[in-house]
Design a protein around this ligand. Structure first.
Ligand SMILES: O=C(O)CCC(=O)C(=O)O
Ligand SMILES: [Fe+2]
Length: 255
């Protein structure tokens, strides 16, 4: 297996290995896992096959064009998302990624310290509301109550930290609403600063896998008359991935 860095500062293509190998072969898994921890976004060439899963989801929503990390609004957030392109438009429809680990490392030391002990509230309805008022149905709202996460996710395998935020984040625990929103907006802008992203231009059969703890992504627009079909598989974060360190300690929780 060859790991070919694509840049800027994160993202690598894995050559000579398919996702099916990663799923079935311990050595391939271990090598891919090491690259995943290091590079955050992995591109598998056109021979990469998506592992069959019940969690596949075709997402075509405009809300995916807002910068986000997947499933931070769920009780168990996503570690990895695996996206494959089935129908690609002739123009547009790329997927763009930023490293929130490199973004964290660009922040001032004082702000980094503050964020390590700050917590933000994430709500599915909040990101949907930015597209249209009632995009999240009453059933979805009831099933997906807001979740509170530490604003920095420290990777347990190498100790490097990343900003953990998304279009779903709407408030900072213990901060007045407008000040919290302003901090979130400033961090989102810092994390998506011009010149820091990787734009993936899909080729038929490509598969891209990313680390939701250390990146944000967004879909890019494409001409409305052209079809585009993406299939996504999501893998939940576990204790080994550091999820338990992300929860608000109960001593700090309101009520
Ligand atoms: O459509 C895209 O390019 C992005 C989709 C997305 O955000 C996702 O599947 O998680
Ligand atoms: Fe997404």
């Amino acid at each position: 297996m060859d790991v070919v860095p694509l840049g800027p500062g994160f993202v690598a293509e894995l050559r000579g290995v398919t996702l099916a190998d990663v799923a079935s072969d311990d050595a391939a898994y271990s090598a891919a896992r090491t690259a995943f921890e290091e590079y955050s976004v992995l591109v598998f060439g056109p021979d990469g096959k998506v592992v069959p899963s019940d969690h596949r989801q075709a997402l075509r929503s405009k809300a995916n064009q807002l910068w986000h990390t997947d499933s931070s609004f769920k009780r168990v957030p996503a570690l990895t998302s695996i996206l494959s392109a089935r129908i690609i438009p002739a123009r547009g429809g790329e997927t763009e990624f930023v490293s929130t680990r490199l973004a964290f490392e660009r922040l001032d030391a004082g702000l980094r310290d503050k964020l390590e002990n700050s917590f933000a509230w994430h709500d599915y309805a909040h990101s949907r509301k930015q597209i249209t008022a009632d995009l999240a149905s009453p059933e979805e709202r009831a099933a997906l109550p807001p979740q509170c996460w530490r604003m920095v996710w420290k990777n347990p395998t190498h100790g490097r930290s990343a900003i953990y935020l998304a279009s779903h984040a709407y408030a900072v625990e213990g901060m007045e609403a407008a000040a919290g929103k302003q901090l979130i907006d400033e961090l989102m802008a810092a994390a998506t600063a011009p010149g820091t992203s990787y734009l993936h231009q899909w080729q038929g059969g490509d598969v891209v896998m990313w680390d939701n703890r250390a990146t944000m992504h967004r879909g890019r627009p494409w001409p409305a008359h052209e079809p585009r079909l993406m299939v996504r598989t999501t893998i939940s974060a576990t204790e080994a991935d550091g999820v338990d360190t992300m929860r608000l300690p109960s001593s700090q929780a309101a009520e």
